[in-house]
Ligand binder design. Structure first.
Ligand SMILES: [Zn+2]
Length: 163
């Protein structure tokens, strides 16, 4: 992704009203983000703890969506639908995103299970190698990142009503 400033991030949200966007708290480590390496950017709001955000890049422009986490689940474990990592129950959460535009104003939402801390990028990268051969493990990680990238983009598209 291209590096984004706080202003660019705030301008990117498509499923939130201006007053909601004004309330968004940036991640504490925004200045340390390794943009070159990121396919998408996601974080939990450090103040409004139910809220989370995912930004992708579309036609060279940042596109962001706001998510709200449901009550902590009581399941013992679950799979993140974006990075396909199995997580203990308290580390996977049901998130709902209001659809962009008129549909969202009527109350339509898209929901899915995602890593509770939205750290899918790290989950994939830090997953233990599946094969003893390091090169092969690296390729598997690449493939998992590709899949995660695709699923994140299609989730955002479904919130925007593009799919
Ligand atoms: Zn995940």
């Amino acid at each position: 992704m291209r590096a984004l400033t706080e202003d660019q991030i705030r301008a990117s949200f498509r499923n939130a009203e201006p007053d909601e966007v004004a309330e968004i708290a940036m991640p504490h480590d925004l200045l340390l983000a390794e943009w070159d390496y990121l396919d998408f950017f996601a974080w939990r709001d450090p103040i409004a703890s139910r809220s989370g955000y995912i930004l992708i890049e579309q036609d060279g422009e940042a596109v962001g969506i706001v998510l709200r986490a449901a009550d902590p689940s009581r399941v013992r474990s679950g799979m993140c639908n974006l990075c396909h990592t199995m997580q203990p129950g308290n580390q996977v959460a049901l998130f709902a995103a209001r659809r962009a535009g008129a549909e969202g104003r009527k109350g339509s939402v898209v929901g899915t299970y995602i890593c509770a801390d939205l750290s899918c990028h790290e989950s994939v990268r830090l997953a233990p190698p599946l094969a003893p051969n390091e090169i092969r493990a690296e390729r598997l990680a690449d493939r998992r990142l590709d899949g995660t990238h695709r699923r994140v983009y299609s989730f955002v598209a479904s919130v925007l009503g593009d799919s």
